[in-house]
Design a protein around this ligand. Structure first.
Ligand code: AHR
Length: 510
């Protein structure tokens, strides 16, 4: 078994007695799990914005100022901390001035990356930022670097955030918004090594420096476009190119998508899969930890004070499109497999909370590993939704370092750790989240909590079959259910983590 030695948490093979054991360590430092690790991403892609979030005031679908009421309510429950927009690849084609002012005067454009559909710009800056206010989330705007100008970016910042009098703020007021919005997070380009302009890393870095020096505002967190997966050359080159001006970027982005096959031409089905694709998906998703470690090691060289954070602003599963759906709309279903993928990734992000300050699942509604799917009037919460709801308790909690001794989940001649875990503490409650990747067996786990607790309860997300999903017009099969803990004394708990499941334990200290 590959031993993953982590900074905060580490998992090793089971001990000599063949026992799986999770030990919660004393909190030595106050590492906060930033709530933004539970962030999401919304792009003008397929039916994410139109139909998914926004149906317009005249729609028969119940809405609040054009925003779907059912989606708004579900997202409020989810406590979405941050939402990235307008892309993705779309962002580097987006000219924000197309999306302001009277809707009937807004120009239409062709969405060249996603299905070649007509984008009428009826959802623009005001609609996005007002939506964020409505659901109580922080906006994260992605600036057009690939086909935009520094002036255009500078104008957007002023239009959105300035309270001074200027042509841009006058325009904003004319368009109905007196007060500026608070926007802290600014991405300067998206995937500029690919869809964001196909740039070489040193070329992009110069452009980034140019943009960044004009994107100014109080408390801004500016994000430099980082690598895809394990492209360490990109990271090394851009950080060298910053030439010690590390204050130009507060975050470096990382994108990593989990494809079962690893083949972009034949990724695999989202619903119709056997144990081979189950195993491959979970193995591939776990690679992200290695990629995080590789990039952090490079960041440490250039930023020994560790001021720059890693922002995993696109992650999740990517399967073949659902049969019968449009090319470029990236529509997929979401099964128990996605729930376990979500649990594994969120445990990993928590355990690196000293360096990862944000992560954004791709994408929030109707695209890739969504938390919500809509069809006409109907809406479902996916298994991934319920994992996010389960894990919400980690938002802004203090990380508890853990040591996990886990057996392997073996398939053919390969293996991965069967269990992953992370833990945090907030308001005298210890929260522990655990995933079991083994689809065939429940795993006994002894949890040494390290602290005396008064009471304990558990919750679980799983399904009868690994391919189970929530479908339109049917009762949801996968929801959060109660989970029964085993024998306990005041500092130890015996657990039986069911096959293919995600579990939350909450230990009350007072
Ligand atoms: O999330 C879909 C696409 O994946 C995004 O537009 C792009 O940034 C990435 O390649």
């Amino acid at each position: 078994m590959k031993i993953l030695l982590l900074i905060i948490s580490f998992s090793v093979a089971v001990n000599l007695f063949g026992q799986n054991k999770l030990s919660l360590k004393a909190r030595t430092s106050n590492i906060k799990i930033e709530k933004e690790i539970y962030g999401h991403f919304s792009e003008h892609l397929g039916t994410c914005i139109y139909e998914g979030i926004y149906v317009g005031n005249d729609s028969e679908i119940p809405n609040i100022n054009g925003y779907r009421k059912d989606v708004v309510e579900a997202l409020k429950v989810l406590k979405v901390p941050v939402l990235r927009w307008p892309g993705g690849c779309f962002a580097d084609t987006y000219h924000w001035k197309d999306g302001i002012g009277p809707k009937n005067e807004r120009p239409s454009i062709v969405n060249v990356f996603w299905g070649g559909v007509t984008e009428d710009n009826s959802f623009g800056t005001h609609e996005f930022l007002n939506f964020c206010e409505l659901i109580g989330t922080e906006p994260y705007l992605s600036i057009n670097v690939g086909s935009g100008t520094v002036q255009e970016a500078r104008d957007w910042v002023e239009y959105v955030t300035s309270s001074n009098q200027s042509p841009m703020t006058d325009l904003r007021k004319k368009n109905g918004r007196e007060e500026p919005w608070e926007v802290k997070f600014w991405g300067i380009g998206n995937e500029n090594w690919g869809c964001g302009g196909d740039m070489a890393p040193d070329y992009y870095t110069n452009i980034f420096r140019n943009f960044s020096s004009y994107i100014k505002g109080s408390n801004f967190q500016k994000v430099i476009c980082g690598p895809s997966g394990n492209d360490v050359n990109w990271t090394e080159t851009i950080l060298t190119g910053l030439n010690k001006k590390m204050n130009l970027a507060q975050g470096l982005s990382l994108h990593y998508y989990t494809l079962p096959t690893g083949d972009w031409n034949k990724k695999g089905s989202s619903t119709n899969f056997g144990e081979d694709m189950w195993f491959a998906t979970l193995r591939n998703t776990m690679y992200i930890e290695d990629y995080i470690q590789q990039h952090l090691a490079i960041m440490d060289k250039y930023d020994p004070e560790k001021k720059m954070k890693l922002i995993v602003d696109e992650w999740g599963t990517w399967y073949d499109k659902l049969p019968g759906t449009k090319d470029g709309f990236l529509q997929q279903q979401n099964t128990v497999r996605d729930a376990v993928v979500a649990g594994i990734n969120l445990n990993i992000f928590n355990n690196y909370a000293d360096r990862i300050s944000m992560a954004n699942l791709a994408q929030i509604v109707n695209v890739l590993q969504s938390v919500i799917l809509t069809k006409g009037h109907q809406m479902i919460r996916t298994p991934t939704y319920y994992v996010f709801q389960l894990y919400n308790i980690h938002q802004d909690a203090f990380l508890i370092p853990t040591e996990l001794e886990t057996e392997k989940y073996e398939y053919n001649d390969e293996s991965i750790p069967a269990l992953t875990a992370s833990a945090s503490e907030k308001n005298d409650v210890i929260n522990v989240t655990i995933t079991n990747a083994n689809p065939n067996k429940a795993i006994s786990l002894k949890c040494d909590t390290g602290k005396v607790f008064k009471s304990i309860n558990g919750k679980i997300v799983t399904g009868d079959e690994i391919t189970d999903y929530n479908d339109f017009g049917k009762d949801e099969k996968i929801i959060i259910r109660d989970f029964k803990v085993g024998k306990t004394n005041s500092k130890e708990v015996d657990l039986e983590i069911p096959a293919h499941s995600v579990v939350l334990l909450q230990l009350k200290l007072e």
